[in-house]
Design a protein around this ligand. Structure first.
Ligand code: SAH
Length: 357
């Protein structure tokens, strides 16, 4: 471990990069594939665990390389089985990810940035301020670290980029991570969630293997949306909708529209009707999310009562939209969406001397 800072991290490298990086050391080309499989398919946490390589080769590798898995510094298991992880990265930055078992399904919610610059008024990550982009290795590393911790294979997992950060502000690293993950996980089982950064969406539209797309809409009117999501002033609804209408979708696929319901702000029948009009002609399904309140967000950021949620959902359905309501998971460990944050931090990422909770 002492040599960690002097050695090169192998995590995040694709096959070609791995081959080029290891070329000076490897005796046979097929070793690249062995190491690639050990890194990603088997989630081996350190080079000594690559037992299909000779001891000699493992020692030689360890002199120059390491596997930079994020370090688990905290693990909180909720009563519903949801488990929230706090990871520390090599530079001390902290990020969170959540493992969500749900009947036969298993979903990992992972982060793309250590913080977020978007400052949406309902989001705890935004409240804490911007942070750096994660590398491809740090993105894939979250998946591998949880798998290693839980003893899970890559196959069968669902991945959602709904943790900390805006994935389209870190698109090249997200893409590099997806290129690795999609060797084992179908892109149909991966969802990238975004506020709708238009150049990023245009870029994704040109990808050969596209993950599912989820758009954090939250309001169907520019004034309302700009009031809670500053990014709407840069990319207003009409432009966003124009890009979404052109976005290529495979047969049977739909864009997920995320709509956080906030009491007395965007939860009226009139708001529902506006949403129906905005989405008309778009192949979309709506996921309604009663806001998860948090004390840093203030008293106005609270969910509507159940009847209002039902009425909103019913209105969308009557007008022919597919609309579901997202169940809250991991409440007792603050793992609910939008509440991912590092403990013990002050706003804007300044480290507090005493914990913030
Ligand atoms: N930046 C991306 C991905 C991270 S947020 C995005 O905005 O889509 C993932 C989802 O959690 C988004 O739909 C976001 O709007 C939602 N979210 C944020 N804060 C929330 C809160 N307090 N309650 C419920 N959902 C929240």
């Amino acid at each position: 471990m002492e040599t960690l800072t002097q050695t090169t991290d192998l995590l995040g490298l694709d096959r070609e990069q791995l081959a080029a990086t290891l070329a000076p050391i490897l005796d046979r080309p097929f070793r690249v594939e062995q190491i690639y499989q050990a890194l990603y398919a088997r989630a081996v946490p350190d080079l000594s665990g690559m037992t299909d390589l000779s001891k000699d080769l493992r020692a030689k590798l360890a002199e120059r390389f390491h596997i930079g898995l994020p370090e688990i510094t905290e693990r909180r298991l909720a009563s519903d089985g949801t488990c929230k992880y706090l990871f520390k990265l090599h530079d001390g930055a902290t990020i969170e990810a959540v493992d969500i078992p749900d009947r036969g399904r298993r979903t990992f919610c992972i982060s793309s940035q250590a913080g977020c610059a978007l400052a949406c008024s309902f989001c705890v990550t935004g409240y804490w301020g911007a942070g750096r982009n994660l590398t491809a290795g740090e993105i894939v590393g979250q998946v591998l670290a949880i798998r290693a911790d839980r003893g899970l294979p890559m196959e069968g997992l669902n991945i959602v980029f709904m943790g900390m950060g805006e994935p389209l502000h870190n698109l090249s690293n997200v893409k590099a991570a997806l290129d690795i993950l999609t060797e084992w996980i179908s892109p149909h089982r991966i969802t990238v969630s975004t506020v709708g950064i238009l150049p990023g969406l245009e870029e994704m539209a040109a990808w050969e293997r596209r993950p599912n797309l989820a758009i954090s809409l939250h309001a169907a009117d520019d004034a309302q949306r700009s009031g809670i999501m500053p990014i709407n002033r840069t990319w207003p609804l009409a432009d966003l909708m124009a890009v979404l209408r052109r976005y290529p979708l495979e047969k049977g696929r739909k864009i997920t529209i995320e709509y956080i319901l906030i009491r007395d702000l965007n939860d009226s029948v009139r708001d529902a009707d506006r949403l129906v009009r905005l989405l008309s002609g778009l192949r979309a399904k709506v996921n309604l999310i009663p806001i998860n309140p948090d004390r840093v967000l203030g008293d106005r950021m609270v969910p509507p009562d159940d009847e209002t949620v039902d009425r909103f959902q019913e209105r969308l359905r009557q007008k022919g939209l597919i609309a579901t309501v997202r169940r809250r998971r991991g409440d007792d460990v603050s793992a609910a969406c939008g509440q991912l944050r590092a403990f013990g931090r002050d706003p804007r990422g300044v480290r507090a001397r005493t914990g913030a909770r």
